[in-house]
Design a protein around this ligand. Structure first.
Ligand code: UDP
Length: 340
């Protein structure tokens, strides 16, 4: 029988790409999502790409009894928990919404794993836990910095909840994957990132500007202490990122983990500036982007990129897609969404 994996938030951006990668790697997948920031289109995209009628349940992970019914219905041993709110600014304006949702949903998942005897859990963490890093590139040993937003704080708190849970309860093993900046879309253009309202992230803003949905991209600051003055990030193709989840699940399923709780950086190991990314987008897609330099965005970190040696060595995983092909997939997806 195939190993089954529950994917919470599987209709979301990273969740849907991971569902595809798991199915392609031979896993059975069950998707749950409350559609708070997604819709059935992503589930249909996953089904179309894989040719598998992936089971889907519309469930909110904060509803423990509804979640329990999913645990009773499906025999999965592993859970990948994506379901969470992720808008930094909104979390500052409405912190209780973030603490309530992001913490309760994860605690419910873990309690049910304990109660129902399930073993393996991956948590979607973020490079945001490193804040303004004290060293570059950042390794998993680089100290976390105090969170600068309630959103970032929920990532740190959930990491700690998972660490303590895996230490205390026999049989529960966890991995936190610290994502750097996921971008791009599936090459089929059947799934991709679909932000509601004005995008906060750079690449959706770029593609929407190219599509004419936004008038002009604002580049937040060109006076940073970097070669071209714009901020540096580690942009990773979402399909590569999805592959890291498959490798991490395999590690837990096969019992290859060295500790009950482990952390891996998931990035490319390369830093790219905002200006370099904009220029590459224009070049590979043969278009001109309307942009202007504006003041810094408050809370932005100057530079952060990953040391990926641990993930490369221990997970046997590496990001392989070039930024150029990723920027092409991002644009192909935006065009598809806009009917261009
Ligand atoms: N950025 C920008 N204009 C935008 C959105 C983002 O110049 O409209 C910059 C932002 O200041 C940062 C980088 O792009 O330097 C990545 O921002 P994003 O919000 O995508 O990721 P994060 O800041 O969380 O790493």
């Amino acid at each position: 029988m195939k190993e089954q994996v529950l994917v919470s938030g599987g209709a979301g951006y990273i969740g849907s790409h991971t569902a595809v990668a798991l199915i392609e790697a031979g896993y059975d997948v069950v998707i749950i999502d409350n559609f708070s920031n997604s819709d059935m289109g992503a589930v249909e995209g996953v089904r179309k790409i894989t040719g598998v009628e992936v089971p889907f349940e519309q469930v909110d992970c904060c509803d423990k009894e509804a979640l329990r019914a999913v645990f009773k219905k499906y025999p999965f041993k592993s859970v990948i928990h994506f379901a969470a709110y992720k808008a930094v600014g909104e979390s500052v304006a409405d912190p209780l919404k973030y603490y309530s949702n992001n913490l309760n949903s994860f605690v419910n998942i873990l309690e049910l794993m304990k109660e129902e005897g399930r073993n393996n859990v991956l948590f979607s963490s973020s490079a945001t836990v490193y804040g303004e890093p004290v060293e570059l590139p950042v390794t998993e040993q680089t100290p976390r910095q105090p969170a600068t937003s309630p959103y970032g704080n929920t990532k740190q708190m959930c990491e700690d909840i998972l660490r303590d849970t895996a230490a205390a309860y026999e049989g529960i093993k966890g991995i936190a994957l610290r994502y750097f900046n996921p971008i791009g879309a599936h090459p089929s253009a059947l799934i991709g990132e679909l932000p509601r309202g004005v995008p906060n992230n750079l690449v959706p803003f770029i593609t929407q500007t190219a599509a004419g949905v936004r008038e002009c991209l604002s580049i937040f600051g060109d006076d940073y202490n970097t070669p071209d003055g714009t901020c540096i990030r580690d942009y990773i193709d979402v399909v590569d990122l999805a592959g890291a989840h498959v490798a991490a699940i395999a590690r837990l399923v096969e019992g290859k983990n060295k500790e009950s709780y482990e952390i891996f950086n998931v990035g490319t190991g390369n830093g790219t500036s905002v200006m370099e990314l904009v220029t590459a987008f224009e070049r590979v897609n043969e278009l001109k982007l309307n942009y202007k330099i504006v003041g810094r965005r408050s809370g932005d970190v100057e530079s952060v990129w990953a040391d990926t040696a641990l993930a490369n060595d221990e997970l046997g995983w590496k990001a392989v897609r070039s930024t150029d092909e990723t920027l092409q997939s991002a644009w192909a997806w935006e065009k598809k969404v806009r009917g261009l």
